[in-house]
Design a protein around this ligand. Structure first.
Ligand code: NAP
Length: 248
């Protein structure tokens, strides 16, 4: 199937590693151009170099109010168009409710929530007809994750915002989706499991496919969702989870 990505241009944030990086790879593999961002210059440069022609790295923090315009201007300058964005970002710190202080609530809101809001708001007027936006969220949109208070509090709101944005942007031909990874093998997953040698075995035992996902398995779904091939998909919460989420 031709995804129709050839010559299109996307912004992928949080793309120096993990799910963003895997999505950028899938987009580039199918002929799209990508702006890839992250906070660490060395990692952004390496990702852009490895992705090769069609990828441009920009060092930018999603929590910074200047970031959306920086990324959009760069996309236009490099590629002359913008066909969509994937908003991924580092996950929030873990901790029980009683352990999370005001600074962590504020920082996570700025990064996870307001960062996504600002990017979508700034990008919308710059998008080509038929464009698509996807937010990388978490299974906490469907049921709470143990010890991930900030994710449980913020992600469901973003999932409902996706539904609202689908209503508002649909008439203009722009699609909006949430992508929900279950447990994909990235540095984030490794960090959450650090210090618990049995964590991976327990995770795998709970997943119907009995393994964690590979980043590329997430990236291919994300690239499809963003592509013109998914032209009648909007307002959807798309899970990539090996079957682990029990809720419909
Ligand atoms: N992997 C999973 O199974 C899974 C499951 C559920 C939810 N998620 C969520 O999906 C998102 C991505 O997860 P991941 O596994 O890909 O994480 P990851 O391996 O930690 O990668 C995160 C990427 O985002 C960048 N980043 C972090 N903070 C940023 C910021 N403020 N602005 C711009 N870029 C930033 C990182 O680079 P720098 O640090 O250099 O900026 C890195 O490139 C996270 O929000 C995570 O909570 C992941």
């Amino acid at each position: 199937m031709d995804l129709g990505l050839h010559g299109r241009a996307y912004i992928v944030t949080g793309a120096s590693r993990g799910l963003g990086r895997a999505t950028a790879q899938a987009l580039v593999d199918d002929g799209a151009n990508v702006i890839v961002s992250g906070r660490t210059a060395q990692h952004v440069e390496r990702a852009a170099t490895e992705l090769g022609k069609g990828a441009v790295g920009v060092v930018a923090d999603n929590a910074d109010p200047q970031t959306p315009q920086l990324l959009i201007d760069r996309a236009r300058q490099e590629f002359g168009r913008l066909d969509g964005l994937l908003v991924s970002v580092g996950g929030p710190p873990s901790g029980a409710f009683s352990q999370i202080d005001d600074r962590q609530w504020r920082d996570s809101f700025e990064t996870l929530f307001l960062g996504a809001v600002r990017l979508v708001r700034a990008a919308t007027p710059a998008l080509e007809p038929g464009a698509a936006i996807a937010l990388v969220l978490s299974s906490s949109v469907r049921s709470p994750l143990a010890n991930l208070t900030l994710s449980n509090a913020f992600r469901p709101g973003l999932a409902m915002l996706v539904k609202q944005l689908a209503d508002e942007l649909g008439p203009g031909g722009v699609r909006v989706m949430a992508l929900v990874p279950g447990r994909i093998l990235t540095e984030r997953t490794a960090a959450l499991d650090a210090g618990d040698p049995d964590a991976r075995r327990r995770s795998e035992a709970a997943i119907p496919l009995r393994r964690l996902g590979e980043p590329a398995e997430f990236g291919r779904v994300a690239a499809f969702v963003l592509s013109p091939a998914a032209s009648y998909l909007t307002g959807s919460v798309v899970t990539v989870d090996g079957g682990v989420i029990r809720a419909l």
